[in-house]
Design a protein around this ligand. Structure first.
Ligand code: ATP
Ligand code: MG
Length: 137
């Protein structure tokens, strides 16, 4: 069954949005197969966002991701990679549709509260980066 990596970033955890966000995935009908709270190192954040290393915001983004607890999760279900991104909404919350997580709960792109894998390959890589196989139930 298809799986994706979803993370509530430090701003989402700090703002107390864990239950709000987790419940949206639960209510949709996806299955939670792994979850843990971690403070990633800067080096780990750079690995997670390696695709963006040429972008001007890369350093700030990695500083931010490593600035506090992140809720790392794996969710399972038919079409969860693409539909999970739909639940999350557009990258820039000032343009995300109302009804989406970013649309309802965030305002600026540098503090958009949640990450979701953008395709099958990244989902596989990100799950392997954040979790050991035995942590997946
Ligand atoms: P994520 O990978 O976190 O789920 P995304 O796939 O919607 O987000 P990406 O293009 O992968 O968007 O960008 C990764 C993250 O980098 C974004 O979530 C956002 O926090 C940050 N980011 C993207 N564009 C900008 C920007 N122009 N300025 C500042 N931060 C940005
Ligand atoms: Mg992305």
């Amino acid at each position: 069954m298809e799986r994706t990596f979803i993370a509530i970033k430090p701003d989402g955890v700090q703002r107390g949005l864990i239950s709000e966000i987790v419940s949206r995935f639960e209510r949709k009908g996806y299955k939670l197969v792994a979850i843990k709270l971690v403070v990633p190192s800067k080096q780990f954040a750079e690995k997670h966002y390696h695709d963006l290393k040429e972008r001007p915001f890369f350093n700030g983004l990695c500083d931010f991701l490593s600035s506090g607890p992140v809720l790392a999760m794996v969710w399972e279900g038919e079409g969860v990679i693409k539909y999970g991104r739909k639940l999350i909404g557009a990258t820039d919350p000032s343009k995300s549709e109302p009804g989406t997580i970013r649309g309802d709960l965030a305002v600026v792109v540098g503090r958009n509260i949640i990450h979701g894998s953008d395709g099958p390959e990244t989902a596989k890589d990100e799950i392997a980066l954040w979790f050991q196989p035995k942590e997946l139930v």
